[in-house]
Design a protein around this ligand. Sequence first.
Ligand code: NDP
Length: 455
Amino acid sequence: MVQSAAAVENLVVIGSGPAGYTAALYAARANLNPLLITGFQDGGIPGGQLMTTTHVENFPGFPDGILGPELMDRMKSQAVRWGTRLVEADVDSLDLSSRPFQLQADGRTITAQSVIFATGASANRLQVDGEDTFWSHGISACAICDGATPQFRNEQLAVVGGGDSACEEAVYLTKYGSKVHLIVRKDRLRASRAMADRVQANPQIEVHWNRQVKRFGGSDWLASIELVDGDGRPAETLPVRGLFYAIGHTPNTGLVKGQLPLDEKGYLITEPGQPATAIEGVFSAGDVADQQWRQAITAAASGCQAALAAERWLTHHDLAITITRDNVEPEAAELPQPTTTVTEQDFDSDALWQGGSYALRRLYHESTKPLLVIYTSPSCGPCHVFKPQLKRVLTELDGAAQMVEINLEEDADIAAQAGVTGTPTLQLFKGKALKQQWRGVQQRSAVKAAVEAQI
Ligand code: NDP
């Protein structure tokens, strides 16, 4: 990997969605040797909102669609291939008051001549009990991304919200669902007239005024929602298999609050269509400054603009210290490889990492080492983030622990026996005893410490 030639970075990109990786790709190809700080827990997961969607059907170049996490893996690999350096952590603080700018991340101070702020926006959630259980199992924040999921076909669906997004999504979902309920907390829509008319003229959409979602029903997939009226009294129970949130987004601008002008909702203010912010050398890209379009393709495009603007600015001020490449053509991009599912023939009792129920049975009964078991599914974005972290833990432990990956779709019975209801779930065994279980992405250091305690 290319090392920084200067103590002060030319350009730090903050954020690892389509905007961040596109900005880094362009900056890397301009030989600016960018550093990209991916984020870890703040404002969603690395890779951004596409990591929690299923099929992306509207990103040009993938005629049959592509899974959101896979698209992000590809963007990441492309940026890294051209020399982007990654810091897989949150930015703890950002000081734009003097030059070079200063950031704290991953326990160190980073200084930078220029910054591209691409931290995205997080879809708001209702925060109703049971939401986490049904998230991606019936509840979604993006109808455009997830509407075509087979589980929603010809089923009753619901959208909550009264803005343009909610109306647009309700109309969109009528392509897939048998009926769409629009749940509006007031007695009127906030949406534009044209959008509201389209909803009200659609016989497949039923609007429920003065209603809020109170409770979810179902076992492993959403089966119903209970509504209450404006005074909190019980109202209808709707037999819906899908519930789509369209209740606005909150931009991830906490780091620049008080340093850059934000609008009343917290979005970064820039000149329309321009990446430059109020501070020279600081640029924005993606949803953090865009509450209107919020698409992967528009975010990627604005990442490109921001990188070109940063390059121009650095060059104009004679601040860029560019690198030279020994090889004009970099090595081929590395994409994460799926874990091989092993059978009796190719099982390896010493392998650090292998997949499938056969490996699990053998290691569970025979291994004397700590055994990690991760339950994943192909479309699980957080699994894409977590697995490389776990592989690093195993490599660092140098054979003192082992791991088996169980794909929920292939080994649903095993997962059911283990009581696993979501991915990623990680279990730590020693001598057939379950020592610890985690749900969701965890800090690498926490998992490593738990494994080391069993060695
Ligand atoms: P908005 O902020 O405009 O609307 C959010 C909606 O969610 C409001 O109706 C709000 O209710 C409701 N809401 C918020 N919190 C809750 C809650 N806890 N429970 C129930 N309901 C809640 O967001 P949008 O994403 O719809 O739109 C953002 C921007 O993007 C807007 O400027 C919009 O015009 C634009 N846009 C344009 C489109 C187009 O022109 N094709 C398509 C999509 C978006 P309340 O009204 O009561 O506050």
